[in-house]
Ligand binder design. Structure first.
Ligand SMILES: C[S@@+](CC[C@H](N)C(=O)[O-])C[C@H]1O[C@@H](n2cnc3c(N)ncnc32)[C@H](O)[C@@H]1O
Length: 210
């Protein structure tokens, strides 16, 4: 999807993907990553997800990356958070909070240097927000910039794409396996059937190790 699409969505104020509760898969399966607890967690395409607050509460530092300044402003306002220091970066504006850095700009400008401290990644509604060609770029970019051994918890969605338009797009399990084929480990740790706009769908949670 082009940036204009997302900016228009945030401007409209209708962001159907926004969860009002912490994601259940995150709470249930995060410990499966076997982390110490103080790692920096990259949250690509983070929107104003409350899941970032939960990750912070677990002791993690959070690095969120989001195209929309409005999304990040709403995240700060709605959660009564304040920037503690100016953010200086060649490609991003954004906010530095006490244990959270929120970068405003294009995820594809994120570099390996930005991710030196990253030990884990949380993807909910990120890869499924992208059309097929961009998904390839997204998976390749993650693999290019993340330190070896980084663990990713990815909440995926599958349904018959001929019946509904995305986003969220349907991403078949076979595609996830192809996109992350060079990774050290790909496991499905949870799955659940649901209805999306009257169409049968399946959520699958992947644990991937880079
Ligand atoms: C479907 S939303 C999911 C947001 C969040 N992950 C959540 O669970 O609520 C996708 C988000 O990705 C952002 N986005 C899309 N393309 C992006 C890009 N290239 N770089 C950074 N953010 C992007 C959009 O503005 C939008 O907020």
């Amino acid at each position: 999807m082009q940036a204009d699409f997302w900016h228009a969505m945030w401007e409209s104020g209708v962001v159907g993907f926004q969860q009002t509760e912490i994601n259940g898969y995150l709470q249930q399966h995060w410990q499966r990553l076997g982390l110490q607890g103080d790692e920096t967690v990259l949250v690509p395409l983070c929107g104003k997800s409350l899941d970032m607050l939960w990750l912070g509460e677990q002791g993690h530092k959070v690095l969120g990356v989001e195209l929309s300044q409005k999304a990040l402003d709403e995240f700060l306002d709605e959660n009564k958070l304040r920037s503690v220091a100016p953010l200086v970066h060649a490609h991003f504006c954004g906010y530095r909070l006490s244990a959270m850095t929120l970068l405003c700009g294009d995820f594809f400008h994120l570099s390996a240097a930005d991710c030196e401290e990253v030990g884990a990644v949380y993807d909910r509604a990120a890869i499924v927000a992208l059309p097929p060609e961009m998904r390839k770029q997204y998976a390749a970019h993650l693999q290019a910039i993340l330190p070896a051994g980084t663990k990713l918890l990815l909440v995926n969605l599958e349904y018959d794409q001929s019946l509904l338009n995305g986003p969220p797009f349907s991403v078949p399990e076979s595609e996830i396996c192809t996109l992350f084929a060079d990774c050290a480990r790909i496991d499905v740790v949870a799955q659940q059937s649901l209805q999306r706009k009257g169409v049968a769908a399946q959520e699958k949670v992947f644990l991937i190790e880079f």
